[in-house]
Design a protein around this ligand. Structure first.
Ligand code: ADP
Ligand code: MG
Length: 361
């Protein structure tokens, strides 16, 4: 088994694009680490450099404790699963999965056993004689994973392996890959633009933007303590609500003053943000931290204010409700029991202990 370390990694393409900027992180032995960020932020380029398919402009890549910058891809003991699966169309599933083993001159009987074991693990034993053209998207995806498994590599790299599947299958395969990781326990570096995949699959998440790492932490810590406005906005659905305002001091308390309401900060927030008094700031509040003050635990809060219910979107087990104030719009997540009607006025409170504050950019 092995950890993967990238240190001050940079990639300049010939066209001058600086795609990866001083990226440093470690995927620990057996860890499932997810690189997430919008399209074009450099995720694939990082994976390809780890795999040895792309030259490093500067920086170091270690597998275990071995510097691999100049080690050819075949000798890195890494398997990569690509977004398009890259199966050989003229070969059967068995031959696709056996290919790398045949190249290594492993005895036929062993190959049979290894391929069969992997196929069983993935539930594709019955497909071994088919060709990729006779498979569904989900089955092809499993074969691509199977082809990586048989090589028993130290490290698996996944580049958006689920993005070509329909929504339902994507959810199912998400769970299968996590279970697979549980079973075989190898180090995995997984790339996606989908924050839900990152949140649900990762031991730790690396959030990227424009080639630069924004934050590295567990899914929960990233959700609860986003390092900046980009991370806060990228992780979470519906997205966190951002409001421009000012912090004002009244006696010993600090208040967030939007144009529509004033809300008192907790003593802890006031302490951390004391230097922001009288300065512009942005407050982020997540949809689940907005409360309908008719019913909820927050009903006792003195910090209520009136909004208008602009839109109600029922989702069965919960409702997303769009609320407007004179200058702002908020998406809230309510329990079905609290359902207000479109067009009505609604008194709400924010759970200020859960509010996030950011420097205006
Ligand atoms: P992601 O996988 O996060 O979508 P990529 O790593 O594919 O992002 O690309 C990062 C940036 O590098 C993008 O701006 C992309 O256009 C650029 N890029 C990727 N591959 C090449 C290449 N071979 N030549 C020039 N620019 C490239
Ligand atoms: Mg990519």
């Amino acid at each position: 088994m092995a950890k993967v370390t990238v240190k001050n990694l940079n990639k300049y393409f010939d066209n001058g694009v600086h795609a990866v900027k001083d990226v440093t992180f470690t995927a620990e032995d057996k860890e499932f680490i997810v690189l997430v960020g919008p399209s074009g932020c450099g995720k694939t380029t990082i994976l390809r450099m780890i795999a040895g398919l792309e030259e490093v402009s500067s920086g170091e890549i270690y597998i275990g404790n071995v510097l691999v910058n100049n080690v050819p891809p075949k000798e890195r003991d890494i398997a990569m699963v690509f977004q398009n699966y890259a199966l050989y169309p003229h070969m059967t599933v068995f031959d696709n999965m056996a290919f790398a083993l045949k190249m290594r001159h492993i005895p036929k009987e062993d190959i049979k056993r290894i391929v069969y074991d992997a196929a069983k693990l993935l539930g594709i034993e019955s497909l071994l004689k088919r060709k990729p053209g006779q498979l569904s998207g989900g089955q092809r995806q499993r074969v691509a994973v199977g082809r990586a498994i048989v090589r028993n590599p130290k490290v698996f790299l996944f580049d958006e392996p689920l993005s070509n599947l329909d929504a339902k299958l994507r959810v199912a395969m998400r769970a299968e890959i996590v279970k697979l990781h549980h079973t075989i326990g190898n180090t995995m570096v997984y790339v996606t633009h989908d924050q839900v995949e990152a949140m649900t699959m990762a031991d730790r998440i690396v959030v990227m933007k424009d080639g630069v790492i924004q934050q590295i932490d567990t899914p929960l810590n990233i959700y609860n303590n986003p390092a900046n406005m980009f991370v806060a906005g990228f992780i979470g659905s519906p997205a966190i609500n951002m409001t421009k305002g000012k912090l004002i001091r009244k006696e010993s308390d600090l208040y967030f003053d939007s144009e529509d309401y004033q809300l008192k900060l907790t003593p802890r927030q006031a302490e951390v943000l004391q230097n922001y008094a009288n300065k512009d700031i942005i407050m982020g509040i997540r949809p689940e931290d907005i409360y309908d003050s008719r019913f909820d635990a927050m009903a006792e809060s003195p910090q209520k204010f009136i909004t208008k219910v602009d839109f109600v979107e029922p989702l069965g087990n919960e409702y997303h409700v769009v609320l407007t104030t004179a200058n702002n719009e908020y998406t809230a997540r309510f329990d079905p029991k609290d359902l207000p009607k479109m067009g009505q006025d609604l008194s709400v409170t924010f759970d200020m202990a859960k509010a996030h504050f950011f420097d205006p950019e």
